[in-house]
Design a protein around this ligand. Structure first.
Ligand code: SIN
Length: 279
């Protein structure tokens, strides 16, 4: 299939043009797209017009679409969530909430987090509303060797509502909270497809490092967050209507920006998938 690719950031992110995801690409093209995602960490497929089911079906080429209860779902398709400038904390104080407003990786409070997230720009504001990304391979690679040795085998407890959280998060029903026990993940993850090591941080969800005193744990987490969020590891995606942006949560963090003009709408459809196991 004939499509064009273009590098977006200096160390991550690429754009693909010339594909209509209403028709699934052939198997060879699908493999090329998966490789491009592994190489670039963030992939933007431009110019799409997709119903929710078509979006879900196209994203299935990257893995198994999962249902997520934490965000509103489209009536048409349970695996497609809505991220919108109209989101409210309906079970909490009812005020507007910006989902993903601080650095995070999706689902780390779950024992089996999704591998990839896809966001489809249905309505994008005239300016602002960018999504920022961090290359967590590069952040790990740049750490001093003794720090890498010290953290390589550490594990971190993540929670939906961590005591270290920075931003407001959506209130969930108590039954759902009870079904979301804490999860323990490595602080450094080896990506199953690329074999590369990446820092695995989630400032809003990390509670503490297993086996460390709380003050030592907080200090180390704060240092690693400050290190990895430096501008040199970032790529900022300026949305075009019809972009489908796909990112790998195993080697990136991301954050939303609600800095667009008052009264303008931003509407995204979102799918998360479990990537297939690597043989
Ligand atoms: C998210 O964190 O999943 C949403 C990001 C965005 O709205 O830019």
């Amino acid at each position: 299939m004939n499509f064009q690719t273009e590098k977006l950031g200096s160390h991550m992110a690429a754009a693909v043009a010339g594909l209509d995801l209403n028709r699934l690409p052939d198997v060879g093209t699908q493999a090329t797209l998966v490789d491009a995602l592994h190489d670039n960490l963030v992939l933007c497929i431009r110019g799409q017009i997709l119903r929710p089911t078509a979006f879900r079906d196209a994203m299935a080429m990257f893995g198994t679409p999962l249902e997520r209860l934490q965000l509103e779902r489209t009536p048409e398709c349970a695996e497609v969530n809505i991220v919108s400038s109209e989101d409210r904390d309906t079970l909490g104080d009812g005020r507007r909430i910006v989902n993903g407003a601080d650095w995070h990786t999706d689902d780390s409070f779950m024992r089996v987090p999704c591998s990839l997230t896809m966001l489809y720009g249905v309505i994008v504001p005239s300016r602002g509303g960018d999504t920022q990304f961090i290359n967590m391979y590069a952040a790990y690679d740049d750490l001093p060797a003794d720090t890498q040795r010290r953290i390589d085998s550490l594990a971190v407890i993540h929670k939906y509502r961590s005591s270290r959280k920075l931003t407001r998060i959506t209130t969930r029903p108590s039954e759902e909270m009870a079904a979301m026990p804490e999860a323990t993940h490595p602080l450094v993850r080896t990506h199953p497809a690329t074999g590369r090591k990446a820092l695995y941080l989630n400032p809003n969800r990390m509670e503490c490092i297993v086996g460390l005193e709380r003050t030592d744990s907080d200090r180390l987490l704060d240092q690693l967050i400050a290190h990895s969020t430096q501008i040199k590891y970032q790529y900022r995606h300026v949305w075009q209507q019809g972009d489908v942006v796909i990112w790998d949560n195993r080697c990136t963090m991301h954050k939303a920006n609600a800095d667009y003009p008052e009264g303008e709408r931003r509407l995204m459809h979102r799918v998360v998938v479990a990537a297939p196991a690597v043989a």
